[in-house]
Design a protein around this ligand. Structure first.
Ligand SMILES: *Cc1c(COP(=O)(O)O)cnc(C)c1O
Length: 227
């Protein structure tokens, strides 16, 4: 590593920004949870954050998470790992065994596979339904207009749906997307909203985010670019 990674300082800076945004919110949430997105970053950096008192992490690929987190979890049993990326059904078994929260439930086939595997493993992971608020063709997620029916379907399957997640279109002002997600969540009686990344987490919090997914602003730039 070319630069020193000061986990405690970075964490304190992000925590202060989260708290300021929370207080500035029109309807302040009692709690906003920081999901430290550690994709592409080495386990040493995750461990530095754990030592600094942070325990919630996000990864977008099962294989990468499997390479880093089982060892960390054995030392830090309180560690909570969120899956924030697309999940193939052939990786559902590994994902259910390793992750503690699934934020990217984005299609009926995956919902069925997750429900079946959680029952098999006796693990009921909190789930977020990913909503494609920009209705982008290449992006994963349920269309806003289909969210209500999909949430109902997930519940029928026995999934513990706690909230909604979105990734707004890269080139657009994110606020309308965050507001839309909040509206759909309220309509469906869902309390949790996972929205906001390094560039826009304060905006997301002002619009009701309860989980923000922050990578770059916490860990520094990723070496190999990855979505
Ligand atoms: C990588 C990623 C993030 C974090 O992005 P940053 O801009 O580095 O904060 C958040 N959410 C998802 C789904 C991601 O894949």
């Amino acid at each position: 590593m070319s630069e020193v990674f000061d986990a405690a300082a970075n964490l304190a800076a992000i925590a202060a920004r989260i708290e300021a945004a929370r207080q500035a919110s029109l309807t302040p949430r009692p709690k906003v949870t920081l999901v430290a997105v550690s994709k592409t970053h080495p386990a040493e950096k995750v461990e530095a954050l754990l030592r600094a008192g942070h325990g919630v992490f996000g990864e977008n690929r099962v294989q990468e998470a499997q390479a880093k987190f089982p060892a960390l979890k054995s030392v830090w049993p309180g560690l909570e790992l969120h899956l924030i990326g697309p999940l193939q059904t052939n990786k559902v078994k590994e994902a259910v065994a390793l992750f503690d929260v699934v934020q990217s439930v984005d299609r009926p086939k995956l919902a069925r596979a997750l429900a079946e595997e959680m029952a098999k493993q006796g693990r009921s992971l909190p789930c977020f339904v990913q909503v494609n608020t920009g209705e982008e063709e290449q992006k994963a997620g349920i269309a806003p207009g289909e969210t209500e029916a999909f949430v109902a379907e997930c519940r029928t399957l026995g999934l513990n749906v706690v909230g909604l997640m979105c990734i707004p279109p890269a080139e657009e002002e994110p606020s309308p997307h965050f507001a839309l997600l909040a509206k759909i969540a309220a309509r469906n009686g869902l309390d949790q909203l996972s929205m906001g990344m390094s560039g826009d987490f304060e905006t997301a919090i002002r619009l009701g985010a309860t989980y923000v997914r922050v990578g770059t602003a916490l860990f520094g730039a990723r070496q190999k670019p990855q979505l």
